[in-house]
Write a protein that binds this ligand. Sequence first.
Ligand code: ADP
Ligand code: LRH
Length: 484
Amino acid sequence: MAAVDLGASSGRVVVGSVGPGSLSTEEVHRFPNEPVRLGPTLHWDVLGLYRETLAGLRAALASGPLDGIGIDSWAVDYGLLDASGALLGNPVHYRDSRTDGVPARVHELVPPRELYSVTGLQQLPFNTLYQLAAEVGGARLGAAETLLLIPDLLAYWLTGRVGAERTNASTTQLYAAATGEWAADLAERVGVPSRLLPPLRSAGDLIGRTTPEVSAELGAEVPVVAVGSHDTASAVLGVPAAPGTRFAYISSGTWSLVGVELDAPVTTEAAQAAGFGNEGGVDGTVRLLRNVMGLWVLSECLRGWRTTTLAEALAAAAGAPAFGPVIDIDAPEFLPPGDMPARIERACLASGQAPPRTTGEVVRCVLESLAMAYRRAVRELGELTGHPVEVIHLVGGGVRNELLCDLTAAACGVPVLAGPVEAAALGNVVVQARALGADLPDRWAMRALIADTHAPRPHRPGADAARWDAVEARLVSAGLWEPR
Ligand code: ADP
Ligand code: LRH
């Protein structure tokens, strides 16, 4: 099977083979995912992503036939099709500023409490609902007949079939968490025509076979299978957790998604106030999680510095003094692209702290601040569910950052099991494997296979808990965190 996994920073195509007790993977193609600013608007290069997907599938087919293709990507963003099925404009990037001020306008039409109790979703400014609300009255929305989320758009180009896979639909704020169906009336109330919302499908459903044109390009006709098409849903399935453990996961890439897996949504006022959302997982599970700003802040620093490599920056951070200045990494000023080192400096000055000076100090500040955001989210998850977290499974590119994994264990005071890096691709592969007949009856069987073949690396908390408590006290006294 080929797993196409499109992250905000890179896309990859991984070939996975599943047999009794075996799961092997090989990355056959990786490519950067770089946004394009056109006029004032930040876009995704979606045709480039399609081209690279085809290149990856050709590379996969070079080593043998494929039984399936599954696609997952980042959430919330979409393409609009007209009545002929043509793409209307290029999908807009969730970091674009078009949603500035939009949530407040939407909340005049649908109160936030109602929005939360129906959709269960965090009120992130870029939720699909807010992005669509920003387009109301525009020519593009007027001409649109169908909305397709990014993985569904690519699947449409491969197969000609339209639909919306549930795990990603659950990130739109147009989807009812309790029923698993579109919340069409919410769309209409904010002026978004509900005709745009395509039929829903679930992970494991067959989407269709590649069209004759695509099959000719690939040299083979291949079934495309719906997987947990939200990359975080696939990553959470790919966590090598054992049943019965009270685990939290951190899917640590461009974003850090910090959450737990539940059977039913938690839409209490406490969950809403703490900024947690309920997203859909594979097989009807619920991902109660919060978006923490993530390694984005580090990668934007590197983009700003231009010449420093990631390896150099992390080596410098490892040698920099611990417990320097800290920032609230979730502050909205860190969301848009650009100017990151200067924003960190301003945040430190505004909170009465001496800003970091060297590259190592800046990176240390980012990583310790990230670990503190993990600490807060993990603790709040324990409070919201009534069960303190016993172990953290950290997956995604952040696994490669051993300093971050150590800091996470230390700041959270909980053991961290780091890996696999490519949890999303693995989650994608095992769902396809089951749909194609492999003996993987439930998610625990899938996770056992992943744990057996991709053992995680342990990181234990050290003896410096009091120093991390002091960092928290400093965040509060600097006015960056609410007192508890
Ligand atoms: P996404 O899926 O959002 O594109 P990934 O899960 O691929 O993100 O993670 C990307 C992040 O992983 C990078 O921003 C970087 O901080 C981290 N990373 C990648 N490779 C390494 C490495 N060799 N050492 C340390 N960190 C790494
Ligand atoms: C991570 C992710 C996250 C979303 C964000 C837009 O890649 O899918 O779960 O909130 O991108």
